[in-house]
Design a protein around this ligand. Structure first.
Ligand code: S3P
Length: 435
């Protein structure tokens, strides 16, 4: 196994064992950003030391946040700048991370200096207009300088912004958070209206760091009165349910499995993968549930007796958007059709996840229909191993390795170094659970 190519064969003995899932990616980015702006020092525990989140942490160091020890293991002390960051001495590298770039844009647009953010080829082809539009409505000056129109690198001439009342055209937690972070730095009341509920980590972290924000009863409208300085407070990042999802699906489909996943985030805006898999017949038990700003708990998964296709509801899509590739793999082993529509956002992720999921499922022998906004998987036929490209997309790589654990022959994923963007230690967990 090289870092870039990973091969698996059928997991003859099932998946068995106990693992602790690494920290949540979405929460880690936000902790770094809010901690860097905060007044005071805080202990951060279980930060996700993946490429994406380390890039955001390095960016915050460029803005003047202090991190000790400096080699950044998952536990460290973060000392903020009390809303007085310094201009970065060099361009900010966001690597592969849309979340890092879009959230930081909200902050940098409101700060009194010029900055420039860039990313890898995948990030440089992802749409940034979605955050530029609302931030420009606030008076920001952002130029998308990429070869592709509306794409990174972003040149930001920061300065004082005006409040905005912004109606999001798409259900995106990144856009919502970019506006709310800009609002935190802006005098007056900023509000966002989202067309559907999206992950609410920013709102929960605002509460944790003493930044007042109001959320309407239906969860669709959020208001913030700025400027307000976050107050540093120790935090433990729960495990990432999006990473747990790979093992949940693998253990559900591979006969003879029983796995235990510890300390997994169970935020209700992120847990639809569990709801939908249970609806399909998965055997998933949750225990030791706790709430510390974010809910989390332990998950036990045993092989499902039988999986049945389902229709993913429109409102469930933003809640499991990152889990759709691996859900489609579960669907390939379920009886009947699984319908996943209203998910056009998948086309602008790290890869075009509709095209890459459909292509790879077909290469393994599955029956799939592709739509502009999703896919329909007709499950039940056995899959065979294949040599597949992950298209430099971490979730495609990990998802199809799960499929390979219940396929005939060998499954090889090419170009999967990007697994490190979200799941350092993935191969160790793979070996541990399959031996
Ligand atoms: C994220 C939001 C989602 C998700 C991404 C992380 C976040 O993106 O796909 O992996 O942390 O806010 P969108 O906001 O573009 O839907």
């Amino acid at each position: 196994m090289s870092n870039n190519t990973i091969s698996v064969t059928r997991a003859e003995n099932g998946l068995r064992g106990t693992i602790t899932i690494p920290g949540d990616k979405s929460i880690s980015h936000r902790v770094a950003i809010l901690g860097a702006l905060a007044q005071g020092s805080m202990q951060v525990s279980n930060y996700l030391c993946s490429e994406d989140c380390l890039n955001t942490l390095r960016a915050m160091q460029q803005l003047g946040a202090e991190i000790t020890p400096t080699d950044v293991p998952q536990n460290f002390t973060l000392t903020g700048t009390a809303m007085h960051p310094v201009a970065p001495a060099k361009d900010i590298d966001c690597g592969n991370s849309g979340t890092g770039m879009r959230l930081m844009a909200g902050v940098l647009a409101a700060l009194p200096f010029v900055s420039r953010m860039y990313g890898d080829p995948s990030l440089s082809s992802r749409p940034m207009k979605r955050i530029i539009d609302p931030l420009e409505q606030m008076g920001a000056h952002i130029s998308a300088c990429g070869q592709k129109p509306g794409c990174a690198p972003l040149l930001i001439e920061g300065g004082k912004l005006n409040p905005v009342h912004y109606k999001l055209p798409m259900a995106s937690a990144q856009v919502k958070s970019a506006v709310l972070l800009a609002g935190m730095l802006t005098e007056g009341t900023c509000s966002v209206h989202q067309p559907a509920i999206t992950r609410d980590h920013t709102e929960r972290l605002f509460a944790h760091f003493g930044v007042p924000c109001r959320v309407s009863a239906d969860g669709l409208d959020i208001e913030i009165d700025g400027p307000v300085v976050p107050q540093a407070k120790d935090i433990i990042v729960p495990g990432d349910i999006s990473s747990a999802a790979f093992w949940i699906v693998a253990a559900s489909i591979v006969p003879g499995s029983e796995i235990h996943l510890r300390h997994v985030g169970l935020n209700p805006t992120r847990d639809a993968i569990i709801t939908v898999l249970r609806r399909m017949g998965a055997d998933i038990t949750i225990s030791n549930e706790q709430l510390e700003g974010e809910p989390y708990g332990d998950i036990t998964v045993r092989t499902a007796q039988k999986l049945q296709g389902t229709t993913v509801l429109k409102h469930e899509i933003p809640n499991l958007i990152d889990e759709i590739p691996v859900l489609a793999i579960a669907a390939a082993f379920a009886e009947g059709d699984t319908v996943i529509r209203n998910a056009a956002e998948l086309r602008v992720k790290e890869s075009d996840r509709i095209a890459t999921t459909v292509g790879n499922l077909r290469a393994m022998g599955a029956t799939v229909q592709e739509f502009e906004d999703g896919l329909v998987v007709t499950g039940g036929a056995p899959l065979h191993g294949a040599v597949l490209d992950s298209y430099h997309d971490h979730r495609i790589a990990m998802g199809f390795l799960m499929a390979g654990l219940h396929a005939d022959g060998e499954t090889t994923l090419l170009n999967c170094a990007n697994i490190n963007t979200s799941y350092p230690g993935f191969e160790v967990h793979l070996r541990l659970l399959t031996h």
